[in-house]
Structures are given as structure tokens and as C-alpha cells.
Design a binder for this molecule. Structure first.
Ligand SMILES: CC(C)(COP(=O)(O)OP(=O)(O)OC[C@H]1O[C@@H](n2cnc3c(N)ncnc32)[C@H](O)[C@@H]1OP(=O)(O)O)[C@@H](O)C(=O)NCCC(=O)NCCS
Length: 167
């Protein structure tokens, strides 16, 4: 089995994270169109900052990432954190990296004091849904036919894991 380590991202991870994003960005996983100019694509932006991103390394190579963020700036919503992105290098998929990243994200949400972790996943994204379910997330709602992707109306599935129970 490969050795999977998870750590906080740093700005030096930009090229590896951008490469993984571009390699996994399809209409099956994201309602936003893939970047047209791959060379100009930047992983870190105003909305994606290094301190919110966890990186998985397999035998020292960057193999995937997950982002934890607040869904809104509202004080009344502060007990909820969100998984705002997850991707594993195709070369490392199917080896437990995604599961390890989601578990690490949940742990980070717990560390930050969240009572609940939420996320959104496209209905047809079977791989991601399997990972989230395997990590204890349950469907809390479905926005039917929320996106039109490649001539097909696709559901947006809202999932959550409550952290109030003792782990
Ligand atoms: C979704 C993704 C992160 C999964 O990463 P991964 O490293 O391949 O997943 P893992 O190997 O950790 O698998 C975790 C679980 O999901 C299951 N799983 C993974 N891929 C699957 C697939 N294609 N179909 C069914 N189940 C799958 C595994 O069997 C495993 O189940 P278990 O924990 O019960 O043994 C990866 O496929 C990916 O990067 N996809 C593109 C980006 C994406 O969809 N991001 C999510 C956006 S919401």
C-alpha cells in the first residue's frame, strides 16, 4: 500500500494543484466550464487560499487536494463548514487518497469548531458520491435538474455530515 500523508498546502504547491485540477475538470464533476487557457490557470485565488487547502502526498508526490471553507460569512451560519472542492490525480485514483482527504477535511472542520460539514456534488458523479458516503456523509437534499451540462439536466446533490456525535 502507498504511504499517504496529508498536510496544509503552501504556495509552492501551485503548479501541482493546478495540474491536478486541469486533469480532473470535466462536466461530470463541475458545473463551471473548464479553463480555456490552461497556461493562464491559477489554483490559488481570492476564493481559494492556501490555509483552507489540504494536500495529499503519496510517497512524497502531490496526489490530491481538498478545500474547507465557510459557506457564507453569516454569524448564524458559523457552525457549518463546507468541503468546497476535492480532486485526486488520475494516476493516484482508486488507492484511498480521496477517502483520506475527506477524512482529513472532516477532522479540520472539527478542529475549527464546526457542528456540521456540508458539500454539493453533481448527481452523476458516482465516484465522488461513493467517497463522501464512505466517509459518513448523507444526502440532505436534491436540487433536481439544477444544471444543464452537455445537453443533459443534472441534479445537484446536497450532502452533510453532522459532527455532534462522538467520533
Ligand atoms: C472523486 C475522487 C476524488 C475519488 O478519489 P479516489 O482517490 O479515487 O477515491 P478512493 O480511492 O479514496 O475511494 C474511496 C471510496 O470511494 C469508492 N470509489 C472511488 N471511485 C469510485 C467509482 N468510480 N465508482 C464507485 N465507487 C468509487 C471506493 O471504492 C472507495 O470505497 P470504500 O471507502 O468503501 O472502499 C476522484 O475520482 C476525483 O478526483 N474525481 C474528479 C474530481 C471530483 O469528482 N471531485 C469531487 C467534486 S464534488
Amino acid at each position: 500500500m502507498p504511504v499517504i500523508a496529508v498536510r496544509l498546502a503552501g504556495h509552492d504547491d501551485e503548479p501541482a494543484l493546478a495540474r491536478i485540477d486541469l486533469a480532473t475538470w470535466t462536466a461530470a464533476v463541475s458545473p463551471a466550464p473548464a479553463p480555456v487557457d490552461a497556461d493562464a490557470y491559477r489554483f490559488f485565488t481570492d476564493r481559494t487560499v492556501a490555509c483552507d487547502v489540504l494536500v495529499a502526498e503519496v510517497d512524497g508526490d502531490v496526489a490530491g487536494w481538498v478545500k474547507v471553507q465557510s459557506p457564507t460569512p453569516l454569524l448564524s451560519h458559523a457552525h457549518v463548514l463546507q468541503i468546497g472542492g476535492l480532486a485526486v490525480d488520475p494516476a493516484h485514483q482508486g488507492a484511498g487518497v480521496g477517502r483520506r482527504l475527506v477524512e482529513a477535511a472532516v477532522q479540520e472542520c472539527r478542529r475549527r469548531g464546526a457542528r456540521k460539514v456540508t458539500l454539493r456534488v453533481l448527481g452523476p458523479n458516482a465516484a465522488a458520491r461513493a467517497v463522501y458516503e464512505s466517509c459518513g456523509f448523507q444526502v440532505e437534499g436534491v436540487l433536481r435538474e439544477e444544471f444543464l451540462l452537455q445537453d443533459r439536466y443534472v441534479d445537484d446533490v446536497l450532502m452533510a455530515r453532522h459532527l455532534t456525535a462522538v467520533p
